[in-house]
Write a protein that binds this ligand. Structure first.
Ligand SMILES: C[S@@+](CC[C@H](N)C(=O)[O-])C[C@H]1O[C@@H](n2cnc3c(N)ncnc32)[C@H](O)[C@@H]1O
Ligand code: SF4
Length: 376
């Protein structure tokens, strides 16, 4: 993939951009093989890929510059602002939207936050696009609510220019820069969730819930999980731990199966419930809880446990508990093969039947991996 910003030395976020894509894949597969070298793997499946460019559905833009001439992009470590509106990782529809947003910032008088001076109001713009219909969610991250009335007053103009903006909200982040967003979310549109569709499974994206950023590869990941579960014989009950908006569980569930989804974010759980209702699934339960707390406090043992934790992995307590409760099948999907490998060494009573790499993050060393484990 060619990136003019990379060539010019403006942005070096994609550290592997100089590496041919086939070599990137080979290196990731080698990294995974090395990490699992102590553990016998029954079958290595071919890596799954998507597009090499325009694969991200979400942009997190630091707003800098002046109110008349805002920049959307990032700040270098020493504080130099960089405009990344032409970043080729974003869909073709994004640059035109960024351009209108810059005009809007000026019209609404949303002074960009200046990190060095700790002054200004607008810190970030977060833009997400649904591949279902091109609908978009836009979030303004502001330092305070001081400019909220101004923003509201100017909003009809923006909505007229960009009717694809289905969901608009403001997030208040009073803390100095370090954290991307705060707890307070103020809706500016009646609709507060973006509709997505993966493999005919309706999914919803809400401002504060996690959603996969590479929709094409995520769709293949969920479909693969569904295929592996279907091929696992008679699965009558399943837990989807760290379920987010429910993508894995909702793909795997059948009307006859009891599905339990557990996730810490209440917003994500609301999305999962709505998807289940759309699908007409009756035998499902989604709860906003800590996954380890839920699992260790539960007496029953499902046939299958699927885990898709954050980068830190599932950890010792949950591994040991899964070892004791001994479900016949575990499906482990991870964006950090290092912590997954560590967790798998703790699941001593399981053998790894199959492993597959999903390249969600081209041009970086990161990748997603899914492993199917069977009790010995
Ligand atoms: C990698 S994301 C996966 C989400 C989902 N499975 C998907 O496919 O989109 C990890 C999820 O774990 C959730 N999470 C983080 N800590 C948690 C905890 N202690 N208990 C339950 N969920 C947690 C996050 O909110 C996030 O949605
Ligand atoms: S993040 Fe975008 S702009 Fe930066 S190097 Fe990667 S492709 Fe280029």
């Amino acid at each position: 993939m060619h990136c003019a910003l990379y060539t010019a030395g403006t942005c070096r976020s994609c550290q592997w951009l100089d590496k041919p894509y086939s070599q990137q894949l080979a290196d990731k597969q080698q990294d995974l093989t090395d990490l699992l070298s102590e553990l016998p793997v029954g079958e290595w499946c071919e890596p799954v890929t998507g597009s090499e460019s325009a694969f991200r559905n979400k942009a997190k833009m630091v707003v800098s510059g002046s109110v008349e001439r805002p920049l959307l992009g990032m700040l270098h470590r020493e504080g130099t602002p960089v405009d990344l509106c032409e970043c080729p990782l974003y869909p073709a529809s994004f640059p035109a939207v960024f351009s209108v947003l810059k005009t809007f910032i000026a019209r609404a008088g949303l002074t960009p936050y200046n990190v060095a001076r700790k002054r200004g109001e607008l810190k970030f713009l977060l833009l997400t696009e649904s591949q279902k219909d091109g609908g978009m969610m836009l979030r303004f991250v502001l330092r305070s609510d001081a400019k909220l009335a101004q923003l509201r007053a100017a909003l009809p103009w923006l909505q007229q220019q960009l009717p694809q903006l289905k969901v608009i909200s403001v997030n208040i982040q009073p803390v100095h820069m370090a954290i991307l967003e705060g707890d307070t979310e103020i809706p500016l549109t009646d609709v507060q969730r973006l509709e997505e569709d993966f493999n005919h499974v309706p999914l919803f994206i809400r401002p504060q819930s996690f959603f996969q950023t590479n929709p094409v590869v995520a769709e293949k990941l969920y479909a693969t999980a569904r295929d592996w579960v279907r091929a696992s014989g008679d699965i009558t009950s399943m837990w989807d731990l760290f379920c987010g908006v429910g993508g894995f569980g909702l793909h795997c569930a059948t009307p006859a199966m009891k599905l339990t989804g557990i996730e810490i974010s209440a917003e994500a759980i609301d999305c999962a419930k709505e998807s289940a209702a759309r699908l007409g699934l009756q035998n499902v339960e989604f709860q906003a809880l800590d996954s380890t707390g839920f699992a260790t406090g539960k007496g029953e043992v499902p046939d299958l446990v699927l885990v898709n934790p954050p980068r830190r992995g599932i950890g010792k307590t949950l591994c040991e508990y899964l070892g004791r409760m001994a479900p016949s099948t575990i499906l482990y999907s991870s964006c950090n093969a290092q912590t997954m490998a560590k967790d798998l060494t703790l699941l001593t009573e399981y053998q790894i039947e199959r492993v597959q790499l999903f390249d969600m993050f081209p041009h970086t060393a990161h990748y997603e991996v899914m492993a199917l484990l069977r009790h010995r």
